[in-house]
Design a protein around this ligand. Sequence first.
Ligand code: ADP
Length: 622
Amino acid sequence: MANLKLSHIYKVYENGHKAVNDFNIDIADKEFIVFVGPSGCGKSTTLRMIAGLETITSGDLFIGETLANDLEPKDRDIAMVFQSYALYPHMTVYDNMAFGLRNRHMPEAEIREKVLEAAKMLDIEMYLDRKPKAMSGGQRQRVALGRALVRDPKVFLLDEPLSNLDAKLRAQMRTEITKLHKKLGTTFIYVTHDQVEAMTMGTRIVVMKLGYVQQIDTPMNLYNKPYNKFVAGFIGTPQMNFFNVKLLRKGAKVEISYPDGSKSEVDYEVVSKIHNSYLNGEKEVILGIRPEHIDISEKKTNLMATVTAVEHLGNECIVYGVLGKASDEFTMKDEGKNIIIKTLEGTKVEVGDEIYLSIHEDKLHLFDKESEVTLLHAIPPYTLVEGEVKGDDLSLFGSKVKLPAAMKEAIGSASKVEFEVPPSAVVPGKDYSLKVKKIEDVDGQKLAYLVNGDRYLFALVDNKVKEGENYSFSLRNDKVVVLVDGKVVLEPIGEQEFVVGNFLKKDVGRNKVEFYYEVEGDQIPAPLENGYKINAVEGNNCYKKAYRYVFDRKSITLGEQGLAAHVEKVLDYGNQKYASLKLGEQNLLVEVPNDFAKEEVKVWLNGEAFEVWQQEIDFRIC
Ligand code: ADP
């Protein structure tokens, strides 16, 4: 039994192919984790790195509390089951199962006990004397499972174990593996390209695409709250319907324009978390709706489709159609109008019928057309708000405040400005006050809907804030985006900062070395562990090139020690002040006290806090 932790795991193959990018997950003891995604997305590579069959290019793998990157596969206490079974053909089932234990010189009596126990659990006791070739695919896969089982591993790794079996057997083995997992109480990691397998077996699922993790979530959350269009389309059969639509706010309603020209409406409340710039009726967005969330209506609705095919499955009926009236000849233009509806059997529809549809508003998904990321985040990343500038005054949320100098400079002479405000930038304070319409619990965080005219400003608040009351707040001006005429004139200040510099090793006495990050001529001590890691990943090339060192802005200290830097400018954000520093050829932005007025400073960077990034392939080494 064990928990696992994968922290910033990368795999770069020798040909330079980045097969796995920044894979992070904490796997609790006894979880059943499934890696799912199309062929080539990096599932097996990740599993093989956990097993120790593939080296980890960078990142840390913990099995239990042990850093396991360099452990031999046999020392990882892990058992792996492959698609190909990998049984020894000349050995009996018993001997196949006993093989690993004999190699470990376990007494024969103990081996017998373990093999019999596993055989019983897997219902293959009667085949122990057979050779694998005299068994069916399903039985062979059980033997392969049995061989893993007898070793009492801490973690089971299964790589597409069922893909050689026929559909019926697969379904049966799925249930059996799930039962086995429950019975053993061991951590399972299971790789498959089959979303049904993933959804039915996993306690949590990792959806991957092209070497990147798309979402890690429970089956229900993947189904209900897919992070992007890829996950939305990958999970669920028949696939979610996608249409390019336009959205237009009309008071308490939002009008949806479909590709066939038809229009329907949903309550604004349903999409109130969407960034306001998507509601002007101009920007195309992708609407997603699952076939099971569309009803065929008896009454006339605004959304109509023509039926092109009907599939009766006994208990349910899949209706295929195109939005609007079907053209005589199907053209490429019609492709974006295809629609699939899942209804109960008994619905009377035939090919050629014109049917009226209604969609379940609360099951609607919206994705950005370029990034394909959801537009309906549980916690909206930004809310767009409008303000007015007159001289040094800013009118915002019905209050007037002094415009901070950094903003004033960016805004110039414009009078109308917009701000994109992340919920975390709304902090308790005295500048503004808005009424709390509603408070929602999002995974333990309290999201408040503050009434700002006919829209909401979203804020994360504590338990003391109540619905119906007024909430007094200020803004972290350094965290908001400032726009004039729809163009960004001021970016928020991020949490991280970086410098670029070389890396070096010093021999200091007998077999002792020290490593340093060399930044603008200064040598910053590097943790020994990181030094070895960089060297292991990059070889001796590492002393000949520059790396990007990323750290928390908060870890920068100004004081008596460190690198000499020139203060180019002080940026005043009202409640926060930053100094823009020139450090040799590099720039650094650091938060400074309100009364800061220096021109030259010493910057102390903490090498312990550096993340080291390889710049050519762009991955985090440590
Ligand atoms: P999956 O298991 O999701 O099908 P893999 O982990 O097997 O995907 O492969 C991920 C990517 O890495 C693929 O593009 C594959 O071609 C590539 N790849 C796998 N093994 C190697 C290798 N030894 N050398 C170079 N590229 C590889």
